[in-house]
Design a protein around this ligand. Structure first.
Ligand SMILES: [Zn+2]
Length: 295
Protein backbone atom coordinates (compact mmCIF):
# COMPACT_ATOMS: atom_id res chain seq x y z
CA UNK A 1 0.00 0.00 0.00
CA UNK A 2 1.16 3.49 -0.85
CA UNK A 3 0.91 6.12 1.83
CA UNK A 4 2.15 9.56 2.64
CA UNK A 5 1.79 12.84 4.45
CA UNK A 6 0.52 15.65 2.26
CA UNK A 7 0.47 19.35 3.13
CA UNK A 8 -2.50 21.64 2.53
CA UNK A 9 -0.96 22.89 -0.73
CA UNK A 10 -0.72 19.35 -2.10
CA UNK A 11 3.03 19.03 -1.47
CA UNK A 12 4.03 15.50 -0.45
CA UNK A 13 5.97 15.78 2.82
CA UNK A 14 6.60 12.06 3.21
CA UNK A 15 5.85 8.98 1.14
CA UNK A 16 6.35 5.29 1.65
CA UNK A 17 5.16 1.93 0.37
CA UNK A 18 4.23 -0.92 2.68
CA UNK A 19 3.40 -4.54 1.92
CA UNK A 20 -0.26 -5.57 1.80
CA UNK A 21 -0.57 -8.91 3.65
CA UNK A 22 -3.12 -10.33 1.20
CA UNK A 23 -2.15 -13.94 1.86
CA UNK A 24 -2.91 -13.54 5.57
CA UNK A 25 -6.57 -12.73 4.91
CA UNK A 26 -8.93 -9.77 5.06
CA UNK A 27 -8.58 -9.18 8.79
CA UNK A 28 -4.79 -8.92 8.46
CA UNK A 29 -5.10 -6.47 5.57
CA UNK A 30 -7.42 -4.27 7.60
CA UNK A 31 -5.10 -4.45 10.61
CA UNK A 32 -2.12 -3.43 8.45
CA UNK A 33 -4.10 -0.49 7.10
CA UNK A 34 -5.09 0.73 10.59
CA UNK A 35 -1.55 0.31 11.86
CA UNK A 36 -0.22 2.33 8.92
CA UNK A 37 -2.64 5.19 9.57
CA UNK A 38 -1.77 5.33 13.29
CA UNK A 39 1.98 5.13 12.66
CA UNK A 40 1.87 7.86 10.03
CA UNK A 41 0.03 10.12 12.45
CA UNK A 42 2.71 9.44 15.05
CA UNK A 43 5.42 10.20 12.51
CA UNK A 44 3.72 13.47 11.57
CA UNK A 45 3.45 14.53 15.20
CA UNK A 46 7.07 13.60 15.88
CA UNK A 47 8.12 15.83 13.00
CA UNK A 48 6.07 18.78 14.21
CA UNK A 49 3.12 18.45 11.83
CA UNK A 50 -0.52 18.29 12.81
CA UNK A 51 -2.67 15.79 10.95
CA UNK A 52 -5.98 17.45 10.12
CA UNK A 53 -7.69 14.58 8.33
CA UNK A 54 -7.09 11.05 7.09
CA UNK A 55 -7.86 9.93 3.55
CA UNK A 56 -7.95 6.23 2.78
CA UNK A 57 -8.72 4.80 -0.65
CA UNK A 58 -9.27 1.15 -1.42
CA UNK A 59 -10.33 -0.97 -4.40
CA UNK A 60 -13.71 -2.65 -4.64
CA UNK A 61 -17.16 -1.35 -3.86
CA UNK A 62 -17.35 1.13 -1.01
CA UNK A 63 -20.86 1.65 0.27
CA UNK A 64 -20.89 5.35 1.06
CA UNK A 65 -23.83 5.02 3.43
CA UNK A 66 -22.43 2.29 5.65
CA UNK A 67 -18.68 2.71 5.07
CA UNK A 68 -18.36 -1.01 4.38
CA UNK A 69 -16.17 -2.40 1.61
CA UNK A 70 -16.42 -5.44 -0.62
CA UNK A 71 -13.08 -6.12 -2.32
CA UNK A 72 -12.36 -9.55 -3.67
CA UNK A 73 -8.58 -9.09 -3.91
CA UNK A 74 -8.36 -7.98 -0.27
CA UNK A 75 -10.71 -10.73 0.99
CA UNK A 76 -13.12 -8.08 2.28
CA UNK A 77 -16.83 -8.82 2.31
CA UNK A 78 -18.98 -6.12 3.89
CA UNK A 79 -15.92 -5.15 5.95
CA UNK A 80 -16.63 -2.10 8.16
CA UNK A 81 -13.50 -0.23 7.10
CA UNK A 82 -14.73 3.29 7.85
CA UNK A 83 -15.93 2.40 11.36
CA UNK A 84 -12.62 0.68 12.14
CA UNK A 85 -10.66 3.65 10.81
CA UNK A 86 -12.69 6.06 12.93
CA UNK A 87 -12.10 3.90 16.00
CA UNK A 88 -8.36 3.78 15.27
CA UNK A 89 -7.82 7.52 14.81
CA UNK A 90 -10.21 8.71 17.50
CA UNK A 91 -13.21 11.04 17.49
CA UNK A 92 -11.28 14.26 16.87
CA UNK A 93 -9.96 13.22 13.49
CA UNK A 94 -11.86 13.49 10.22
CA UNK A 95 -11.66 10.43 8.00
CA UNK A 96 -12.65 9.92 4.39
CA UNK A 97 -12.88 6.52 2.74
CA UNK A 98 -13.08 6.42 -1.04
CA UNK A 99 -12.44 4.28 -4.09
CA UNK A 100 -8.84 4.16 -5.30
CA UNK A 101 -9.60 4.82 -8.96
CA UNK A 102 -12.03 7.62 -8.14
CA UNK A 103 -9.33 9.16 -5.92
CA UNK A 104 -6.77 8.78 -8.71
CA UNK A 105 -9.17 10.52 -11.06
CA UNK A 106 -9.71 13.28 -8.54
CA UNK A 107 -5.96 13.85 -8.35
CA UNK A 108 -5.77 13.98 -12.17
CA UNK A 109 -8.71 16.40 -12.13
CA UNK A 110 -7.17 18.70 -9.51
CA UNK A 111 -3.49 18.50 -10.40
CA UNK A 112 -2.97 16.34 -13.46
CA UNK A 113 -4.17 15.56 -16.97
CA UNK A 114 -7.82 16.54 -16.34
CA UNK A 115 -7.08 19.88 -14.72
CA UNK A 116 -9.30 22.65 -16.02
CA UNK A 117 -12.01 20.32 -17.34
CA UNK A 118 -15.61 20.22 -16.16
CA UNK A 119 -16.57 17.02 -18.01
CA UNK A 120 -13.89 14.36 -18.26
CA UNK A 121 -12.97 10.75 -17.66
CA UNK A 122 -10.03 9.00 -16.02
CA UNK A 123 -9.75 5.43 -17.24
CA UNK A 124 -6.85 3.40 -15.86
CA UNK A 125 -6.19 0.12 -17.65
CA UNK A 126 -4.47 -2.01 -15.05
CA UNK A 127 -5.17 -5.38 -13.47
CA UNK A 128 -8.80 -4.36 -13.73
CA UNK A 129 -10.66 -1.43 -15.25
CA UNK A 130 -12.66 1.15 -13.33
CA UNK A 131 -13.33 4.77 -14.17
CA UNK A 132 -13.50 8.13 -12.47
CA UNK A 133 -16.09 10.39 -14.04
CA UNK A 134 -16.08 14.16 -13.75
CA UNK A 135 -19.52 15.44 -14.70
CA UNK A 136 -20.45 19.13 -14.64
CA UNK A 137 -17.42 19.89 -12.50
CA UNK A 138 -17.89 17.19 -9.87
CA UNK A 139 -16.52 13.73 -9.39
CA UNK A 140 -19.42 11.28 -9.64
CA UNK A 141 -19.64 8.83 -6.75
CA UNK A 142 -23.06 7.23 -7.10
CA UNK A 143 -22.99 6.47 -3.36
CA UNK A 144 -19.80 4.55 -4.06
CA UNK A 145 -21.12 2.47 -6.94
CA UNK A 146 -20.49 4.66 -10.00
CA UNK A 147 -17.80 4.37 -12.63
CA UNK A 148 -17.66 0.65 -13.27
CA UNK A 149 -17.20 0.99 -17.00
CA UNK A 150 -14.90 -2.06 -16.88
CA UNK A 151 -17.92 -4.18 -16.05
CA UNK A 152 -20.03 -3.13 -18.99
CA UNK A 153 -20.58 -5.76 -21.65
CA UNK A 154 -18.92 -5.25 -25.00
CA UNK A 155 -18.36 -8.87 -26.08
CA UNK A 156 -21.34 -11.02 -27.02
CA UNK A 157 -21.85 -14.59 -28.10
CA UNK A 158 -19.49 -17.50 -27.55
CA UNK A 159 -16.44 -15.25 -27.24
CA UNK A 160 -17.74 -13.57 -24.10
CA UNK A 161 -15.52 -14.64 -21.23
CA UNK A 162 -16.69 -14.94 -17.64
CA UNK A 163 -15.53 -11.88 -15.66
CA UNK A 164 -14.41 -11.86 -12.03
CA UNK A 165 -17.58 -9.85 -11.34
CA UNK A 166 -19.80 -12.75 -12.43
CA UNK A 167 -21.01 -11.23 -15.68
CA UNK A 168 -19.82 -12.19 -19.16
CA UNK A 169 -18.09 -10.20 -21.87
CA UNK A 170 -17.07 -7.23 -19.68
CA UNK A 171 -14.62 -4.64 -21.04
CA UNK A 172 -12.21 -5.80 -18.33
CA UNK A 173 -12.10 -9.37 -19.72
CA UNK A 174 -10.54 -8.09 -22.94
CA UNK A 175 -8.86 -4.74 -22.38
CA UNK A 176 -7.24 -4.80 -18.94
CA UNK A 177 -3.49 -5.36 -18.68
CA UNK A 178 -4.20 -8.69 -16.98
CA UNK A 179 -6.61 -9.74 -19.74
CA UNK A 180 -4.08 -8.92 -22.44
CA UNK A 181 -1.49 -11.23 -20.89
CA UNK A 182 -4.03 -13.97 -20.21
CA UNK A 183 -5.56 -13.84 -23.68
CA UNK A 184 -2.17 -13.85 -25.34
CA UNK A 185 -1.28 -16.97 -23.36
CA UNK A 186 -4.49 -18.74 -24.36
CA UNK A 187 -4.16 -17.79 -28.03
CA UNK A 188 -0.46 -18.49 -28.52
CA UNK A 189 0.05 -21.28 -26.00
CA UNK A 190 3.03 -19.33 -24.65
CA UNK A 191 3.01 -17.88 -21.17
CA UNK A 192 4.07 -14.26 -20.78
CA UNK A 193 5.09 -12.20 -17.81
CA UNK A 194 2.36 -9.60 -17.97
CA UNK A 195 1.06 -7.09 -20.51
CA UNK A 196 4.45 -5.46 -20.86
CA UNK A 197 5.76 -8.58 -22.58
CA UNK A 198 2.73 -8.67 -24.89
CA UNK A 199 3.54 -5.07 -25.89
CA UNK A 200 7.14 -6.07 -26.63
CA UNK A 201 5.89 -8.96 -28.77
CA UNK A 202 3.49 -6.57 -30.50
CA UNK A 203 6.38 -4.24 -31.35
CA UNK A 204 8.31 -7.23 -32.69
CA UNK A 205 5.45 -8.12 -35.06
CA UNK A 206 4.05 -11.16 -33.24
CA UNK A 207 0.67 -11.95 -34.89
CA UNK A 208 -0.96 -13.30 -31.71
CA UNK A 209 0.05 -10.18 -29.82
CA UNK A 210 -1.44 -8.06 -32.62
CA UNK A 211 -4.69 -10.05 -32.52
CA UNK A 212 -5.27 -9.66 -28.78
CA UNK A 213 -4.17 -6.01 -28.92
CA UNK A 214 -6.58 -5.22 -31.76
CA UNK A 215 -9.42 -6.89 -29.85
CA UNK A 216 -8.59 -4.79 -26.79
CA UNK A 217 -8.52 -1.60 -28.88
CA UNK A 218 -11.87 -2.42 -30.47
CA UNK A 219 -13.70 -2.81 -27.15
CA UNK A 220 -11.95 0.24 -25.72
CA UNK A 221 -13.18 2.32 -28.65
CA UNK A 222 -16.69 0.96 -28.01
CA UNK A 223 -16.43 1.95 -24.36
CA UNK A 224 -15.09 5.44 -25.09
CA UNK A 225 -17.76 6.07 -27.73
CA UNK A 226 -20.46 4.94 -25.29
CA UNK A 227 -19.08 7.19 -22.55
CA UNK A 228 -18.70 10.13 -24.96
CA UNK A 229 -22.25 9.73 -26.17
CA UNK A 230 -23.69 9.59 -22.64
CA UNK A 231 -21.60 12.11 -20.73
CA UNK A 232 -19.84 14.28 -23.35
CA UNK A 233 -16.37 14.57 -21.85
CA UNK A 234 -13.98 17.11 -23.36
CA UNK A 235 -10.96 15.08 -22.26
CA UNK A 236 -10.28 11.43 -21.48
CA UNK A 237 -7.10 10.51 -19.60
CA UNK A 238 -6.01 6.90 -19.94
CA UNK A 239 -3.89 5.58 -17.08
CA UNK A 240 -2.71 2.33 -15.57
CA UNK A 241 -0.03 -0.03 -16.80
CA UNK A 242 -1.19 -0.16 -20.43
CA UNK A 243 -0.68 3.55 -20.98
CA UNK A 244 3.03 2.72 -20.90
CA UNK A 245 2.40 1.77 -24.54
CA UNK A 246 2.07 5.50 -25.28
CA UNK A 247 0.98 6.37 -28.80
CA UNK A 248 0.71 2.67 -29.69
CA UNK A 249 -2.38 2.79 -27.48
CA UNK A 250 -3.51 6.42 -27.70
CA UNK A 251 -3.27 6.98 -31.47
CA UNK A 252 -5.57 4.10 -32.48
CA UNK A 253 -8.01 5.03 -29.70
CA UNK A 254 -8.17 8.60 -31.04
CA UNK A 255 -8.60 7.38 -34.62
CA UNK A 256 -11.16 4.75 -33.63
CA UNK A 257 -13.27 7.18 -31.62
CA UNK A 258 -12.98 9.91 -34.28
CA UNK A 259 -14.18 7.51 -36.99
CA UNK A 260 -17.21 6.46 -34.97
CA UNK A 261 -18.54 9.78 -33.73
CA UNK A 262 -21.16 11.55 -35.79
CA UNK A 263 -22.97 14.20 -33.76
CA UNK A 264 -21.11 13.83 -30.47
CA UNK A 265 -18.55 16.27 -29.13
CA UNK A 266 -15.12 14.73 -29.70
CA UNK A 267 -12.96 14.39 -26.59
CA UNK A 268 -9.21 14.76 -26.45
CA UNK A 269 -7.63 11.43 -25.53
CA UNK A 270 -4.45 11.82 -23.52
CA UNK A 271 -2.24 9.92 -21.10
CA UNK A 272 -2.76 10.40 -17.37
CA UNK A 273 0.26 12.07 -15.79
CA UNK A 274 0.33 11.20 -12.10
CA UNK A 275 1.07 7.49 -12.48
CA UNK A 276 0.94 5.18 -9.49
CA UNK A 277 0.93 8.08 -7.04
CA UNK A 278 -2.47 9.31 -8.22
CA UNK A 279 -4.59 7.31 -5.77
CA UNK A 280 -2.49 8.29 -2.76
CA UNK A 281 -2.46 11.96 -3.74
CA UNK A 282 -6.20 11.88 -4.43
CA UNK A 283 -6.84 10.44 -0.95
CA UNK A 284 -4.97 13.36 0.57
CA UNK A 285 -6.74 15.95 -1.60
CA UNK A 286 -10.11 14.48 -0.58
CA UNK A 287 -9.06 14.61 3.08
CA UNK A 288 -8.07 18.27 2.72
CA UNK A 289 -11.45 18.96 1.13
CA UNK A 290 -13.04 17.71 4.36
CA UNK A 291 -10.94 20.16 6.35
CA UNK A 292 -11.70 23.13 4.09
CA UNK A 293 -15.38 22.16 4.15
CA UNK A 294 -15.53 22.58 7.90
CA UNK A 295 -13.91 26.02 7.93
ZN1 LIG B 1 -17.13 -7.72 -15.02
Amino acid sequence: MKCGLVAADGAVVHRETRPTPRDAGGRAVLHALLETVVELEQKASAEGHRVRAVGVVVPGIIDAETGTVGAENLAWVGTPVLAELRAAVGPDQQVILAHDVRAGGYAEFRQGALRGTTNSLFLPLGTGIAAAMVVDGSLVSGDGYAGELGHTRFVHGDDAELCACGQRGCLETVASAAALARRYGVRSGKSVDGAREVLELLAAGDPDAKAVWDEALAVLVDALVLYTTLVAPTRIAIGGGLVGAGETLLAPLREGVHARLTFQREPEIVAAVLGEEAGCLGAALMAWDLVSGEQ
